[in-house]
Design a protein around this ligand. Structure first.
Ligand SMILES: [Cu+2]
Length: 645
């Protein structure tokens, strides 16, 4: 039996699995299922208890813990799902999921690279590129996708991209080996063929950015230090966090990475729930170049690679400033060995300028409050690209998600003297194809309880009649969304469209149902045809907004297994049922896209691009909830009086 010490470490039913629990789950499965050595542990994560159980949980109550495990047997090309009762050391459920390919594991990335480098066929194909030292070749796994070929439906495949370094710390992405595409069977870990598409010279120049390779740094930056002499304003117990009036639980799993749970705000002493769970449900990066070496490129970074699996350990860099609280992420490698990503999640406070201000002209007395926000973040490296996920909580009840896109573009070598049509040159002989990044975020609202409804709100210009004699009138028109098909919609600049998540049972001071407003940020629509394979597989890009009734089985916008999927799963399938969504437990799904037409300035490493959304209270509170934020102490006045800036 697991040591009672372990259960003492767990004080909330949604707390991610601890290493001892993970080890026990692996052992239970090995013992009970006699797993062969060809079986990989794709993911071992907490099986979240039902909403009812979580909401009924009282502190110090004993917690029954379960794990949800995805396994893959390379010997027979079969995927399995298991549910394990951790303290009973019993497999509660074991299911073969036919015809699917789960997420590729980090081990497969490493093994795939080694397999390609050891392949005679590959070495033969490299001869034209003058590669003398094979260890300088980089092989990035890249998912194979599905394009109607039999092998894509029956094998576990990768179609890696390859690059050449000049030495081990060189940025290899600067020299893509463009004409060579190995195809790897991940079950046998063998190169099944090497496709050759004609010779393209390696770009002539290096493209380095690492500090030790830079020769000239600007010299005019003075130190900027954030000090919090009395410590932070948050308290943490396990993975439960309280910060001013906010309360929530931090979660993490290999697939979605960082998740937020049971987010609530204390309003006049009452803890009011807002979100039950918020997470990145899927993402896809389709490329827009039709040439033979580029046309298959797309990546479902969550469902094919695992955003949690790819999370960075943040202790090594300078990702956050100020007083920082880190949280570790625990998982396994694909052989079931425990693996901890130290400091995978960073939490800290930031000054965010002015929260509110007014100067009474007659008194010449300004009232101003500084805005403080709590940042909960995680950064993942998916081969060449970085994605940062930053949740911000504000004192005025705002909740924001900002996704930061940085890292290195997916680059291609280009015939010298020619100009690319489907991308831009970023250096001589080196080009970056156009692409888009689509993210889908799942927000399970429990606004003052589970029974919620959603309105689409459009601002419309009024009729030109005698009531509108100056032709200036406009108003917000709210339409209640009754069913899933009615809820599918895009952002609309022409009507300043937003959405309102409400609880009809609870009214605010002015008699309206309490609500939160969903405001999309930068967004786009896909440019690939509706028949493009990637688009059929990523049905969630068809609309920006989707609303579904809560179903614990519906978590990932492109379905449970998008790797090599043939399409039609996820939101597009579920919402075809056109279920009612009024006054029930609803889930709001938002798809946001970033169209990336690369610039020379995105090379060699990309300055961060941002995309996100904002949730604002809309009559959720009776008045500005940040009215009670005290003035900041003055820095300039020696008399200790309040400050004015
Ligand atoms: Cu991009």
């Amino acid at each position: 039996m697991l040591d009672t010490l372990v259960s003492k470490k767990i004080n909330h039913p949604l707390q991610p699995l601890v290493p001892e629990e993970i080890a026990s789950v692996v052992q239970t499965l090995r013992t009970e299922k006699h797993l062969g050595k060809e079986v990989r542990f794709i993911s071992v994560a907490l099986k979240e208890p039902s909403k009812q159980e979580v909401n009924d949980f009282k502190s110090n109550q004993e917690i029954g813990r379960k794990a949800f495990v995805v396994l893959f047997d390379n010997l027979v090309n079969e995927c399995y799902e298991a549910i394990v009762s951790i303290y009973d050391e019993t497999v509660l459920a074991w299911k073969h999921i036919p015809g699917v390919q789960p997420t590729m594991s980090a081990d497969e990335q490493i093994e795939c690279e080694a397999a390609v480098l050891n392949s005679e066929k590959f070495r033969e194909a490299l001869k034209a590129y003058g590669v003398n030292d094979i260890s300088l070749v980089m092989v990035d796994i890249w998912s194979a996708g599905y394009y109607g070929n039999e092998e894509e439906g029956t094998m576990r495949l990768a179609r890696p991209l390859c690059f050449l370094r000049t030495d081990p710390t060189d940025n290899g992405y600067a020299r893509p080996i463009e004409g060579v595409r190995p195809v790897v069977d991940l079950n046998t870990m063998k190169v099944i063929r090497v496709e050759e598409y004609g010779f393209v010279p390696l770009p002539p120049e290096p493209g380095n950015y690492a500090a030790h390779r830079m020769t000239n740094f600007r010299s005019d930056i003075k130190p900027l230090e954030i000090t919090q002499p009395d410590g932070p304003s948050f308290t943490v117990e396990g993975y439960q966090v309280s910060w001013q009036k906010w309360n929530f639980v931090i979660g993490f799993n290999p697939r979605e990475g960082l998740t937020l749970h049971q987010l609530s705000y204390k309003d006049k002493g009452e803890v009011r729930s807002i979100l039950y769970r918020a997470s990145l449900s899927e993402m896809v990066v389709p490329y827009g170049d039709p040439t033979d070496t580029q046309k298959r490129k797309n990546a479902f970074d969550t469902g094919e690679y695992g955003m949690g699996t790819c999370a960075n350990s943040l202790e090594l860099g300078c990702d956050c400033l100020g007083y920082i609280r880190y949280f570790d992420a625990h998982m396994t490698d694909s052989r079931g060995n425990p693996l901890t990503i130290k400091n995978a999640i960073c939490m800290h406070e930031e000054d965010y300028g002015i929260l509110w201000k007014h100067t009474d002209r007659r008194l010449n007395k300004p009232e101003v409050r500084r805005s403080r926000r709590l940042v909960i973040s995680s950064v993942s490296t998916v081969e060449n690209y970085e994605y940062g996920f930053f949740w911000y909580l504000y004192q005025d009840g705002n909740i924001q998600l900002e996704i930061k896109l940085t890292g290195i573009l997916s680059l291609a070598a280009f015939q010298p003297g020619l100009k690319p049509k489907y991308g831009n040159l970023v250096a001589p002989g080196l080009y970056a194809p156009n692409h888009q990044h689509f993210f889908n975020v799942r927000c399970d609202f429990d606004l003052d309880g589970e029974e919620n409804a959603v309105y689409e709100v459009n601002v419309v210009a009024d009729e030109l009649d005698e009531r509108n004699s100056f032709e200036n009138a406009f108003y917000a028109k709210s339409t209640l969304l009754e069913t899933e098909s009615q809820a599918r919609a895009n952002l609309n600049l022409a009507s300043s469209r937003y959405w309102k998540i409400v609880n009809h049972k609870r009214k605010n001071r002015v008699g309206e149902p309490v609500a939160y407003k969903f405001l999309g940020g930068d967004n786009c629509i896909p440019f690939a045809s509706k028949n493009a394979w990637w688009r059929k597989r990523a049905g969630f890009v068809e609309h920006h907004v989707w609303v579904t009734p809560f179903d614990e089985k519906e978590n990932y916008a492109a379905g449970d297994y998008p790797n090599q999927s043939q399409g039609g799963d996820g939101l597009i399938k579920w919402t075809a049922n056109d279920r009612p969504i009024n006054d029930t437990d609803i889930v709001f799904w938002y798809t946001m896209g970033h169209t990336h037409i690369p610039r020379p300035e995105d090379y060699p490493v990309m300055p961060t691009a941002y995309i996100g959304f904002l949730l604002k209270p809309l009559g959720f509170f009776d008045e500005n909830p940040a009215n009670d934020v005290p003035p900041s102490p003055s820095k300039s006045a020696s008399n200790g009086k309040s400050c004015c800036h």
